[in-house]
Design a protein around this ligand. Structure first.
Ligand code: PLP
Length: 463
């Protein structure tokens, strides 16, 4: 067990203190921790996570957040602004995803608390819609192996059978014939990613759209990661296939405002081609003694701050702002990919976009990770095959970061060649928490979870 965070530096609270602490003292402690922790990504050496990384933008959003932080958006009679913000976030997202192309159906959406929330609401909506419309009682959905674990989680929670379609090892794209063959009368939706988290590649959504239409099932496009950046990549002329409502079989798209929408963590937009699918997951309890209850999604009370800050980010940046950021990100990603390809020992998986993943057929790529970590880099580690991924975000677009990547990677490849016979120190864990991954992977993951979730048990005894 590691030591308790900040033990010895700040007061450790085992009990709710009898006497309050003065506000300046509380804020000073928070400020110290925040400033130190921000230094871990401000260098631009951290993959993903800090999509914006611009403190001025954060200050602006904090101001917007602060004005509505205390408001409960469940009580709409008291905050008509929440209805304005939420519906405009949805409308602007639908606009970006080309909902104008929808000729049958009424495009709508809902704002969830994150990508997982959007995906859970989508899966619940398909389950409920298919139950009502087609009498499906044992629903299944099909996701590509590269589809996000949030789909597995949603299926686990909602009692949906998940069928996992294989992907092509070279292109990393889903085997659409497999998907086609495995749809049956209980399939409520199929899933494609634009783009997937692992490789930054976009599944053949056009082909999936035809398949979905032919079978009369839903097609959810997971644009959690790409939804707010790929449309601008398209506009800028990058090779990004169409994945949105311009394809007639696409029935819902998730897009995370809390990633490349540059909003705070805690919002994501789930859009639907037609209202009927979204409405299928509304929850009502009209006979409760506490009053008639209804909520649009899984959450009960929600803070108005997040909706206000997300709305503020979108309105303040506008298409111009998003396009400008996308240009810098796509350019930096291309430069970094050129660095990778300059080493014959390294190989990029598939045809990626702003996020790329690389491996080696000559040594374990985790040797490269081990070395790069010493130089301050933090990649996301993958498996089958072992690979490292870099989701390029705004911090990497700072001057000198791509050049540092180039230089450090050259040294890392030399290190990996020299250590090819040894076992690397790091391994594959989503989100970058990496350590000696053994065959007892589940046990190891439970231990990592334990260190995080049971830290309260490790709070040092009172002085
Ligand atoms: C981030 C992500 C999600 C959802 O993740 P959250 O952490 O819940 O926001 C889903 N799909 C993809 C492709 C993602 O990158």
């Amino acid at each position: 067990m590691t030591t308790f965070p900040y033990d010895g530096r700040f007061t450790v609270h085992r009990r709710l203190p009898e006497h309050g602490t003065p506000r300046p003292e509380v804020l000073e402690a928070l400020r110290t921790m925040a400033v130190e922790e921000d230094a871990t990504w401000e260098s631009g050496k951290c993959s993903g996570t800090m999509y914006c990384g611009d403190h001025e933008h954060y200050r602006f959003m904090n101001e917007a957040f602060g004005l509505f932080a205390h408001v409960n958006v469940l009580q709409r009679d008291m905050c008509p602004s929440a209805t304005k913000f939420e519906s405009e976030i949805i409308a602007m997202s639908l606009d970006l995803l080309h909902a104008e192309a929808v000729t049958s159906g009424e495009p709508v959406g809902l704002v969830a608390t994150g990508g997982t929330g959007s995906i859970c609401h989508a899966m619940l909506a398909y389950r409920e819609y298919a139950a009502a419309e087609r009498g499906v009682r044992r629903p299944n959905v099909i996701k590509p192996e590269t589809g996000h674990p949030a789909f597995d989680k949603a299926c686990h929670l909602f009692g949906i059978e998940l069928r996992v379609a294989p992907v092509d090892p070279v292109t990393t794209l889903v085997d659409t014939d497999w998907v086609d063959r495995h749809i049956d009368g209980d399939t409520v939706a199929i899933i494609g990613s634009a783009c997937n988290y692992g490789y930054g590649t976009v599944d053949p959504i056009d082909r999936m759209s035809e398949i979905a239409l032919r079978h009369g099932v839903g097609l959810h496009v997971d644009g959690c990661l790409g939804g707010f950046i790929l449309p601008f990549g398209q506009e800028l002329g990058y090779d990004v296939p169409v994945f949105d409502y311009r394809l007639p079989g696409v029935t819902s798209i998730s897009a995370d405002t809390h990633k490349y929408g540059y909003a705070f963590k805690g919002t994501s937009v789930l859009t639907f081609r037609d209202k009927a699918i979204r409405n299928a997951q509304y929850f009502f309890l009209s006979g409760w003694s506490g009053g008639k209850y209804c909520s649009p999604g899984m959450e009960g009370s929600r803070s108005g701050g997040l909706i206000a800050a997300t709305w503020a980010a979108m309105v303040q940046l506008g298409r111009e702002g998003y396009r400008q950021y996308a240009r810098a990100i796509f350019e930096t990603a291309a430069t970094m990919q050129r660095s990778v390809l300059s080493h014959p020992e390294l190989r990029i998986l598939g045809s990626p976009t702003f996020l790329f993943s690389f491996t080696s057929d000559e040594f374990d790529i985790y040797h490269v990770n081990d070395f790069m970590r010493e130089r301050g880099w933090r990649f996301n580690g993958q498996q089958y095959p072992n690979a490292l991924h870099m989701a390029v975000t705004r911090p990497q677009t700072q001057d000198g970061v791509a050049a540092a990547f180039d230089g450090d990677l050259t040294d890392a490849v030399a290190y990996a060649r020299a250590h090819a016979g040894d076992a690397p120190r790091s391994g594959a864990i989503y989100g970058g928490v990496a350590g000696g991954l053994t065959d007892e992977a589940d046990e190891f993951i439970k231990m990592v979870m334990g260190e995080m979730m049971d830290a309260q048990q490790a709070i040092p005894a009172d002085a």
